[in-house]
Design a protein around this ligand. Structure first.
Ligand SMILES: [Zn+2]
Length: 450
């Protein structure tokens, strides 16, 4: 999710007038009341410019819309300021900022100088496709469709930062970086599960990365196919950073999460130990982390078990050496455990296939993917819960599903029958610290209104 999406788009208003325009204003002297209103609130640079103004329409703005009605005093017609004009364009895929500026009709020297002015503040290569860049112009004449002079550009590399490059009165480009102070707060959400934890928590307004983290924490303990039923519930309590105008900038740790399954409540608490390591523990201080997840996918339905069955395509009885999860095409597939990718690519009837070696004994394999996730290549390390690919129907497959195998000493075993080693249990002083933190978390969660 792009965090910028939390700010709704809004049309942009008039922009910061450039210095020559201001000098002209000063020379004119008597500024009418209406003109003062126009220029007043826009004079302050930096955070005062509303953030939402940066995500605006791509269409060309009619410069005349920003011009105020001609004001007349003592019968002498006064010069009105030439309007500032903004145009927002988006970075294309594989685009450079240079190409974007040249395409917008800015001459090569100005484009070069403007980019050089920002280099110290932000790497020009580090602009994501789709990122809006606002180009600032000054009209050169007070006529319809006036000729425009390029005054600079600005963009937001993150929710709290704005990089602005503007041309000074002596024609040099200068860069500036403004930062919004983010406010730390906590948020909670609870709801009923109708389709899946993922779908219903996102619907309840929980940020996607918080939901993913929570599912990851619970996936050791809970079999997401068999144990979650419509009507079950979830609760989540997490850290976040907000912009001063109330938009979500970043999310932090999941402090606490709970699943209410058939009326029974399973709660997990995030705990950072004295030695700096962190993990999720149940209320008794037992880590729920296991070497391998039972279910490397959320929102799926177990559609075929391990064992002998009639093969849907080949038509004869054949040993099914994994388990199948039916899921919508594109559903993300997680690495079941930490490990090293030992295969990633086409593999005959398996279609697009990934295999991960977790230790000397265990490996897992994932087949029929629509696509393998970016960065998943032979020899690369993966973390438990990391996205490795997406559900598809490649290879010998009758419909979108994940075929999942667990291999022990290179032989497929039944993932559902695995006796997995459990993680650590807190003891002594560490358990005391944990229980004190847990009491505080429970209190804070209860006090916070939904
Ligand atoms: Zn299968």
């Amino acid at each position: 999710m792009s965090l910028n999406e939390s700010s709704p788009a809004a049309p942009s208003g008039p922009r910061l007038p450039t210095l020559p325009a201001l000098l002209a204003v000063a020379l004119i002297g008597s500024v009418t009341w209406a003109f003062g209103l126009w220029i007043g609130p826009e004079l302050v640079p930096g955070p005062k410019v509303p953030e939402r103004a940066f995500i605006d329409h791509e269409a060309e703005i009619d410069p005349l819309r920003t011009v105020l009605a001609l004001s007349v005093s003592d019968g002498v017609s006064e010069r009105r300021p030439l309007p500032a004009v903004d145009r927002t364009v988006k970075m294309g895929r594989g685009d450079t900022l240079m190409e974007l500026l040249l395409r917008a009709g800015i001459n090569r020297r100005d484009a070069y100088n403007a980019i050089e002015a920002m280099r110290k503040l932000h790497n020009p290569r580090d602009l994501m496709p789709g990122m809006p860049v606002t180009l600032a112009y000054q009209a050169l004449a007070d006529v319809p469709n006036p000729p425009l002079s390029f005054r600079g550009f600005r963009f937001k590399p993150s929710v709290e930062k704005t990089v602005t490059v503007s041309r000074s009165w002596d024609n040099r480009f200068e860069g500036s970086l403004s930062k919004t102070q983010l406010i730390h707060s906590q948020a909670k959400a609870k709801g009923v599960i109708n389709s899946s934890v993922y779908v219903d928590a996102v619907k309840a307004g929980v940020p996607v990365n918080v939901v993913v983290e929570m599912i990851r924490a619970f996936s050791f303990e809970v079999d997401f196919q068999r144990e979650i039923h419509p009507g079950d519930g979830f609760e989540v309590f997490y850290d976040r950073l907000m912009t001063p105008d109330g938009h979500l900038a970043k999310t932090g740790d999941v402090i606490f999460g709970a699943l209410i399954l058939k009326g029974k409540r399973y709660a997990l608490y995030h705990h950072r130990m004295k030695d700096g390591t962190e993990d999720y523990f149940n209320g008794k201080g037992e880590s729920v982390r296991k070497a391998l997840m039972r279910t490397p996918i959320d929102g799926a339905r177990l559609s075929s078990r391990f064992g002998r069955r009639r093969h849907p395509i080949l038509g004869y009885n054949k040993m099914h050496k994994g388990i199948d999860f039916a899921a919508p095409r594109g559903t993300r597939i997680m690495a079941a455990g930490n490990g090293v990718v030992v295969a990633a690519g086409r593999n005959g009837g398996y279609g697009l296939y990934v295999r991960i070696r977790h230790n000397t004994t265990y490996a897992t394999a994932y087949a029929h993917m629509r696509a393998i996730a970016k960065g998943i290549r032979r020899g690369h390390r993966v973390r438990q819960g990391q996205t490795i690919g997406y559900v598809g129907s490649t290879g010998r497959s009758t419909g979108p599903h994940l075929h999942y195998e667990v291999l022990r000493n290179n032989r497929q075993v039944n993932p559902l029958g695995l006796k997995l080693p459990t993680g650590r249990t807190l003891k002594g002083a560490e358990l005391k610290r944990f229980l004190a933190a847990k009491t505080e978390i429970d209190g804070a969660f209860a006090r916070l209104t939904d």
